[in-house]
Design a protein around this ligand. Structure first.
Ligand SMILES: Nc1nc2c(c(=O)[nH]1)N[C@H]1C(S)=C(S)[C@@H](COP(=O)(O)OP(=O)(O)OC[C@H]3O[C@@H](n4cnc5c(=O)[nH]c(N)nc54)[C@H](O)[C@@H]3O)O[C@H]1N2
Ligand SMILES: Nc1nc2c(c(=O)[nH]1)N[C@H]1C(S)=C(S)[C@@H](COP(=O)(O)OP(=O)(O)OC[C@H]3O[C@@H](n4cnc5c(=O)[nH]c(N)nc54)[C@H](O)[C@@H]3O)O[C@H]1N2
Ligand code: SF4
Ligand SMILES: [Mo]
Length: 690
């Protein structure tokens, strides 16, 4: 490993393996073969040596005594967590002989893979696994739990996941965090914004349903009712056109449909928009005028508003704003929803889609895992889970767990820990941490490709996803050369992608030498956009063909059970990463306990005081949280943070996803975690129950 001025001899370069846009460069300090300290890499151009607490405490997780060391087989009832140790040979043989029988009797589509990003390495998340599933002909999984609704919405306007270079934020004079809790979920974006504020006098505006850590650092916090953001963006457009704060030259040259949009937004007058959003009329004017007069203006579009039934259309709508004021041509102006387009690798070659041989295998949306396990015909007979913990993170989790409990479902879980999902498995396999693997990383926010090489030996008998799928392929008798490629060869293939000119010159050898390399990005409008017209599509014929309104439109949320008085927004928290770390004492200690933020007006009506224990329920399930009464949310809204692990003895019950809807969003098969409704009441704390 090549050393540099800031890299002491005992330190090894690494990449943060969490599903976080920052994808920090790390330095791992080793002693006697073990990692003893995790620091930020000061040489990393974007993250500059600063990392979050979660990862500074990463050794707690890597060397947690509860980490899985050996393969296990279930010896007790499903869900009870009783297992005994077996060998890898027995594990692979049990799985592959079971699957061979299933394939002969029920066909390969009786097997369902379920995964998400795991450690974020591309080989881990979408490499050997996809090759295996394609060759097998298993049911396909639509991996749409995170940001797919918004990505499709953004694509209708801009053609793909191409946004501003976050490093240009320092030039911005107006920064709008729109539905992103960046102080917790994208800390270097906040650092860049604060630099712009300090050096440039930039103003920071936060639009959110919850005044959380990000709202508290804003110059101006704008509270909004959940699922109404498209209306606010359309109200801004109404004012921008009405007051001639638009950039007509830009609109003529770089967009299509601006005149139609101008006529269309007349209906979104500030009074109507205020009634929908809860944002006062004067604030709508103030926001629109700020946006129309301060440049460069940058909008960081978050994941919150797109986790609603109308989430795709929100991102489609808000991504029109920078075009209306011509911000894309100004350094420090524009927007970021996601930037993965710049770093797109050759996924067909990495995943070997040719191995599918055009078989039209059925597709299951990962947001409807419960229904897939309980209702699908012909039924799913075997489930293989890796890099995800659906018993906690998937919506409508009571249905998911009922499905996982099926006696006739043969379940395999590959993870670093005996997760809530793994407790239902017939076979559990131990996974390596990313620091034990070779893999490459592409951020979905900054423009760097990074390489991870093994820094420590595999923990116990743990194996990487790539290695396990090699073993499964051998066990199934798959002889294609795809299953014997080395990690280095897979990386070389994935980065060989002539269709993406921005990756030119980035390959395995260069990464080995330099660890992080910036893609050769160009100014966004210096070439045609990948939309059908090659321009920013304010009016989209493609949307019309796909059955959507061709112009940005506010679509109200559907009825989720009107009898439940509160809109329920259960997002992620500061010290966990989805459910990762929720089983770790140190991280739990930093987070303390899950709270339910509610407005004092609502609390008073229900006789609830700050610190009371609250039962939260609806027709799907219930959970128990501690009331945090104040003014951080609007009346009629309750917010909680964090996907908490099951508590031993199941009390208190923190399973927020037992309440969330498993409907599918308007676009991209997305999840609608934040569009549910609930009722709340005071209850006895668990300690005082008989
Ligand atoms: N510390 C930490 N960092 C993380 C994660 C984590 O669990 N913990 N998870 C990672 C992952 S996988 C992802 S996808 C990202 C997500 O990170 P973000 O993009 O920040 O998304 P969320 O935190 O889900 O929601 C962002 C904000 O949207 C608000 N919100 C909810 N509904 C609405 C709405 O209708 N309108 C508006 N304006 N706001 C709304 C929420 O209150 C929240 O403050 O973070 C990543 N980073
Ligand atoms: N209520 C509510 N629910 C949500 C969200 C929300 O905001 N609110 N957010 C949603 C979003 S945006 C997302 S992205 C999902 C995320 O949901 P998940 O992707 O399930 O995320 P984690 O809970 O972090 O679980 C990742 C699991 O992968 C394991 N893992 C890590 N590395 C590896 C590896 O190399 N190999 C294997 N086999 N396993 C590995 C970890 O130990 C962990 O158990 O959650 C969603 N769920
Ligand atoms: S900020 Fe995000 S990328 Fe950086 S160390 Fe923390 S979790 Fe990892
Ligand atoms: Mo996510």
């Amino acid at each position: 490993m090549s050393a540099s001025k800031n890299q002491p001899a005992s330190a090894f370069r690494a990449v943060c393996p969490l599903d976080c846009p920052d994808q920090c460069g790390l330095l791992l300090h080793k002693q006697d073969g073990k990692i003893v300290k995790v620091e930020g890499d000061p040489d990393h151009p974007v993250t500059r040596g600063y990392i979050c607490n979660k990862v500074r405490n990463m050794t707690e997780r890597i060397y947690d005594q509860n980490r899985l060391k050996y393969p296990l087989k279930r010896v007790g009832p499903k869900g009870a967590g009783q297992f005994s140790r077996i060998s890898w040979e027995e594990a692979i043989d049990t799985i592959t002989s079971h699957w061979k029988k299933l394939i002969a009797t029920e066909g390969p589509e009786s097997i369902l893979p379920y995964s998400f990003y795991g450690n974020m390495g591309r080989l881990t998340a979408e490499g050997m696994d996809r090759r295996f599933w394609n060759r097998l002909g298993a049911t396909r999984l639509e991996r749409s739990i995170c940001s797919s609704a918004g990505s499709v919405g953004y694509q209708y306007t801009m053609g793909g996941s191409f946004g501003m270079d976050p490093e240009d934020t320092v030039h911005s004079k107006l920064i709008i965090f729109w539905g992103i809790n960046a102080a917790s979920t994208n800390m270097h974006q906040v650092a860049l914004a604060q630099k712009a504020r300090k050096e440039n006098g930039a103003k920071i505006v936060v639009i959110d349903v919850h005044k959380n850590q990000t709202g508290r650092l804003a110059d101006w916090f704008i509270p909004i009712l959940p699922g109404t953001d498209s209306a606010l963006a359309l109200g801004m457009m109404h004012i921008l056109f009405a007051e001639n704060l638009v950039d007509i030259d830009f609109l003529k040259k770089y967009t299509i449909g601006w005149e139609k949009l101008r006529d269309h937004v007349v209906q979104y007058d500030p009074t109507s928009v205020s009634n929908i959003t809860g944002v006062p009329v004067n604030d709508i004017y103030r926001l629109a005028r700020m946006y129309g007069s301060i440049e460069p203006a940058f909008i960081r579009i978050g994941n919150g508003p797109q986790h609603h039934d109308n989430g795709g259309m929100f991102v489609r709508t808000v991504s029109c704003l920078p075009a209306i004021t011509g911000q894309w041509l100004v350094k420090g102006g524009g927007a970021i929803k996601g930037n993965s387009g710049w770093l797109a690798h050759n996924s067909a070659r990495l995943q070997r889609t040719d191995l599918l041989k055009n078989k039209n295998t059925r597709v299951v949306n990962m947001n409807q895992l419960g229904d897939a396990l309980l209702k699908l015909t012909p039924p799913v007979k075997s489930l293989y889970v890796y890099g995800s913990n659906p018993a906690v993170v998937a919506p409508s989790s009571n249905k998911v767990r009922e499905g996982l409990a099926r006696e006739d479902l043969f379940t395999v879980v590959h993870d670093l820990f005996l997760t809530e999902t793994a407790k239902y498995a017939d076979i559990v396999l131990p996974a390596t941490s990313s620091f034990e693997n070779t893999d490459f990383y592409t951020s979905y926010w900054h423009h760097y490709v990074q390489l991870q090489q093994p820094v420590i030996e595999p923990y116990g008998q743990s194996k990487s996803n790539v290695e396990v799928f090699r073993l499964l392929a051998a066990g199934m008798g798959f002889e294609d050369e795809a299953f014997v490629q080395s990690e280095a060869e897979m990386i070389a293939d994935a980065l060989d992608h002539p269709q993406n000119p921005y990756l030119e010159g980035i390959n395995y050898d260069v990464l080995k030498e330099r660890h992080f390399v910036k893609a050769k990005v160009k100014p966004l409008l210096s070439e045609k956009l990948p939309t059908p017209s090659g321009k920013i599509e304010l009016y989209s014929e493609r949307m019309q063909k796909d059955g959507y309104p061709p112009l940005p439109t506010y679509v109200p949320l559907p009825d989720d059970g009107g009898q439940f008085p509160f809109q329920f927004v259960p997002g992620p928290n500061h010290n966990f990463l989805n459910s990762t770390f929720s089983n770790n004492e140190k991280h739990i200690g930093m987070e303390r306990e899950p709270r339910l933020f509610m407005n004092q007006v609502d609390a008073e009506k229900l006789g609830i005081k700050d610190g009371d224990f609250i039962r939260v329920w609806n027709h799907r399930g219930e959970c128990e949280l501690k009331a945090a009464v104040g003014d951080s949310v609007l009346p009629g809204v309750v917010v909680t943070q964090g996907l908490w692990a099951d508590v031993a003895g199941s009390s208190p019950n923190y399973l927020v996803n037992s309440l969330t809807p498993d409907r599918i969003a308007d676009m991209g098969g997305g999840a609608v975690f934040f569009s549910g409704r609930v009722a709340v009441e005071k209850c006895k704390p668990p300690k005082q129950r008989g």
